[in-house]
Write a protein that binds this ligand. Structure first.
Ligand SMILES: [Zn+2]
Length: 486
């Protein structure tokens, strides 16, 4: 990998040359030889790996979709074909070499183990599909560590900061990026596991005792945690930055979080978003700013991004709306090429130097319609209409009268052949006029999702917290499909 400071200042022309070179080497020396899936794909499509000279030639490769990798009941080990694995060759060729030369051979075997042997693993969070494993070798873990420090560097985070990691312990990018990044930077950190592990009250005590300047959260849990802290009159005045991972952050939620932090004594807190995906094995940070959005700074020595028209698959121009497509160029372990993320970058990809910080690495525009955190759910037929369930998030997360909420899809009388029903459970913020609230919310749901709510059911905050699994689930259950399968 390259030096981040140098890379951040390199003219884009030089960055692209480096990417062309790395892509050529990656396809020729790793993918074509050792990736069972892509090696077959190249042969099946009669693509000569030597013809891929640079990122313009990526278009000759077919796309890879989530379902190409995800295990199925018929083929539970599909994901293994995406792992760069010269194992057979290592034993045959290098095992032999090791015998020939006690020192040289041993070093070579150690190098190969460092490069290729899977030592760490993350899983995608499929809600209906089976979770897909993505493996890291030791060499890959160096990339993960480096990506964590780059993300923190973008967020202007230093080793003087004190850090509390509130992501749940899980085989997921969010927790481990925070852990490895902070560790590599020598930051004093408490990797708590969140309320699910240490308990919400103990976590609040830790905030008052350690006085962290930076903390990381899953957005829904953060909102809950800060509200509880306000109720208890806690002092969180040390906090300067909060950054989120794990899911999309609706802009209205950022404002609610800032307001709660003000009540806890923390002024001018920056609430920052990250974009990441298990498939890319790293996360990227949004350039920090109080009110403008400058996009996510990517790592061009590790990956190449394209943006395409999601219908035709054709590339779109710089700054134009398109689906984000990811290609690994310097990884071992699991590596995917031209992976269709399903995420739409509204403002596209940007190659101009960042107007906020001057970094020259390519940026993905801030406004990403993230579908991947709930891809299987994002478009669902309810009452015969295709509903974009993502639209519930900005509406309800930003609504001033809503403290907590959950959407449930069910069948009338629990009969699989009866009508679909869609119910909103809501804990209102303070005393509200319930009738006018119901009328308002029904109209807004119809406007934003094109379906009408069957019912609005009022709940207390503790009831909803339990229903959402806020303290027990990895991510709270915002949208629940209780319709029986036929
Ligand atoms: Zn920037």
């Amino acid at each position: 990998m390259e030096n981040w400071d140098k890379l951040s200042k390199m003219p884009y022309k030089d960055i692209k040359e480096m990417q062309d070179r790395k892509l050529r080497a990656f396809i020729g020396n790793q993918i074509y030889l050792y990736s069972p899936y892509y090696s077959k794909l190249l042969k099946d499509h009669k693509i000569d790996p030597l013809k891929i000279k640079g990122i313009e030639d990526l278009k000759h490769l077919p796309f890879t979709y989530k379902w190409d990798i995800a295990p199925t009941d018929d083929n539970p080990k599909k994901h293994k074909d995406f792992v760069i694995r010269p194992d057979e060759e290592v034993t045959e060729k290098y095992g032999h070499l090791a015998k020939m030369s006690m020192t040289g051979g041993k070093d070579m075997v150690e190098d190969r183990v460092y490069d290729f042997k899977p030592v760490h693993i993350h899983f995608t969070t499929g809600r209906t599909a089976l979770p897909t494993p993505f493996v890291y070798s030791k060499r890959d873990l160096e990339n993960l560590r480096e990506s964590g420090t780059r993300l923190m560097n973008v967020f202007q985070f230093t080793n003087k900061d004190i850090f509390i990691n509130c992501f749940p312990f899980a085989p997921h990018l969010a927790f481990w990026t925070s852990y490895f990044g902070a560790e590599k930077m020598n930051v004093a950190g408490f990797h708590s596991g969140g309320g699910k592990i240490v308990g919400t009250n103990n976590l609040m005590d830790a905030f008052e005792y350690m006085r962290p300047t930076v903390s990381v959260f899953i957005p829904g849990y953060c909102y809950y945690f800060l509200r509880e802290a306000v109720k208890q009159g806690r002092d969180f005045s040390s906090i300067k930055k909060i950054f989120f991972g794990g899911e999309r952050v609706p802009p209205g939620l950022k404002d609610k979080i800032k307001e709660l932090l003000t009540q806890l004594g923390a002024e001018d807190v920056m609430v920052l978003a990250t974009y990441g995906m298990t498939e890319a094995k790293v996360a990227w940070g949004e350039c920090p700013s109080h009110d403008e959005y400058f996009g996510y700074h990517t790592y061009p020595d590790m990956e190449v991004f394209e943006t395409i028209d999601p219908e035709s698959g054709e590339p779109v121009g710089e700054g134009e709306e398109g689906e984000v497509v990811y290609t690994a160029i310097d990884w071992r372990g699991t590596a995917v090429l031209r992976y269709r993320t399903g995420d739409i970058a509204k403002g596209g990809l940007l190659y101009e130097p960042c107007p906020n910080c001057g970094r020259t690495v390519p940026r993905i525009s801030s406004n990403i319609q993230r579908k991947s955190e709930m891809k299987e759910f994002s478009m669902t037929k309810v009452k015969g209409t295709l509903v974009n369930l993502n639209n519930f998030f900005p509406l309800l997360m930003s609504h001033p009268d809503v403290e907590e909420w959950q959407v449930e899809m069910r069948k009338r009388n629990n009969d699989p052949f009866d009508l679909d029903e869609i119910v909103l459970y809501v804990a209102p913020m303070g005393d509200i006029n319930r009738d006018s609230f119901v009328a308002d919310i029904k109209q807004k749901v119809l406007r934003d999702t094109e379906v009408s709510l069957t019912d609005v059911i009022f709940k207390s905050v503790p009831e909803l917290i339990a229903q959402l699994g806020m303290e027990t689930e990895l991510k709270e259950k915002r949208i629940v499909d209780k319709r029986p399968t036929t």
